[in-house]
Design a protein around this ligand. Structure first.
Ligand code: FE2
Ligand code: FE2
Length: 412
């Protein structure tokens, strides 16, 4: 059997349901197996590798919730879902909140929707296999990853190949007052070298470039979506987090500019990487707030970087989590790499300058006191990077002044 073919196990007490599923899914290129009771399913899993288990909640020989709990305990890296007509029952909703299943699909299902959910789950399963078992267990304890924010997808849809429909893009952006105003502020800031007044979204897109616009929108949409559902976490302030991301973006761009003055593409990339570098912290804060708070506490107590404390508490850290999310959203590889390696720039041979700029900008933003975002203690900048970016005391002061000027212009 080809090990790259996704394997799905369906468990349902009703034969006609299993038959319908079989008919629906044949020809999809998946290896599907259909069983009608829980014990057979557990026996099957002992002998066969499976990527996804989809079970009803009512089975003849065992409660479906119990079956799924067993699967989670014995095979935590398998993605788990319910397909049930009891989707709204309290105990089933609770089992989703407890991380036993990642999705509950109501019966009767809609064929195309069901296929889409399965496709998405299999993509997540295949992506997470590149990571450690601890990471897979962690990811499988949260609901299926969210899709890209709609505002970002809309803006992306205006770019086909090398062609950009600026008119259409400006129309989409104009529908959102907060994003429009943020873009105008950035376009008028000295950071992007603007000497004349930018007063329309169309001009802002031209001044900033579509890459920057896209990613400012992505960051704003992710912040907005997650801010609404963030519980209170001791030691993590969302406002400070946003400021830290913004300042890291500004510094990262300034640093790369000093290193490669005429490489404009890299300047933009450094800005984007700085803006998104800590996206994994937002994911950790919203997906597993209790453990995230414990990691912050531990970092504080031991005076170690948060990333090290996170590894002790939940086996991975925000950089890996953020890069996983960026890859899930199919963001460009330089963003995935910068997020992944912003604490360990030496660990990868690619996108070295952008990653180094993001790394140093992150440390400088702490040094300049912009954003206590859950990381109570960070190590200093190494001599190698001080030399690379010519970071004398005088240069630091100039960077600090330019950053202050930019964020004041942005009124943040
Ligand atoms: Fe970080
Ligand atoms: Fe950071």
């Amino acid at each position: 059997m080809d090990s790259t073919i996704p394997k799905i196990l369906f468990v349902d007490a009703e034969q006609h349901i299993l038959k319908s599923l079989q008919q629906l899914l044949q020809g999809e290129g998946w290896d599907c197996h259909f069983l009608s009771n829980a014990q057979d399913a557990l026996d099957y899993l002992q002998n066969q590798p499976v990527d996804l288990v989809i079970s009803d909640t009512k089975l003849a020989d065992m409660d479906g919730i119990q079956l799924i709990s067993e699967v989670r305990k014995c095979y935590p890296s398998i993605v788990r879902m319910f397909l049930t007509d009891s989707a709204k029952q309290d105990n089933i909703v609770t089992t989703l909140a407890e991380g036993n299943v990642q999705q509950i699909i109501p019966k009767p299902w809609i064929d195309q929707e069901l296929k889409e959910i399965i496709r998405s789950a299999l993509r997540q399963s295949s992506q997470q296999k590149k990571h450690s078992t601890e990471f897979q267990i962690l990811i499988n304890s949260i609901p299926l990853l969210p899709s890209l924010p709609e505002s970002y997808s809309n803006v992306r849809s205006c770019i086909i190949g090398d062609q950009v429909n600026i008119e259409k893009m400006a129309n989409y952006i104009s529908q959102d007052v907060a994003i429009s105003s943020a873009l105008l502020h950035w376009a008028n800031s000295a950071l992007f070298g603007q000497r004349f007044q930018v007063d329309t979204i169309k001009k802002a897109i031209i001044v900033l470039g579509t890459d920057i616009v896209e990613n400012l929108i992505l960051s704003e949409s992710v912040n907005r979506t997650i801010a609404g559902m963030l519980p209170a976490i001791k030691g993590f302030d969302f406002g400070q987090f946003k400021k830290h991301s913004m300042v890291t973006a500004v510094l990262s761009r300034l640093l790369l500019k000093s290193l490669l003055p005429t490489d404009f593409i890299q300047h933009d990339r450094a800005f984007i990487a700085g803006l998104l570098h800590d996206m994994g912290k937002l994911a950790a804060a919203s997906f597993f707030p209790v453990q995230f708070e414990q990691a912050i506490e531990l970092a504080k107590k031991r005076r170690i970087p948060l990333s090290e404390a996170e590894v002790e508490i939940y086996g991975t850290q925000h950089a890996e989590l953020g890069s996983f999310l960026a890859e899930w959203w199919a963001l460009p590889p330089f963003i995935v790499n910068a997020i992944c390696w912003h604490h360990q720039p030496h660990s990868t041979p690619i996108d070295q300058d952008v990653i180094a700029a993001t790394h140093v900008a992150n440390l400088l933003s702490y040094k300049f006191n912009y954003g206590s975002n859950g990381d109570p203690y960070l190590r200093g900048i190494s001599d190698e990077y001080r030399e690379k970016f010519y970071l004398t005391e005088e240069a630091n002061e100039i960077l600090r002044a330019k950053t202050e000027q930019t964020i004041q212009a942005l009124a943040c």
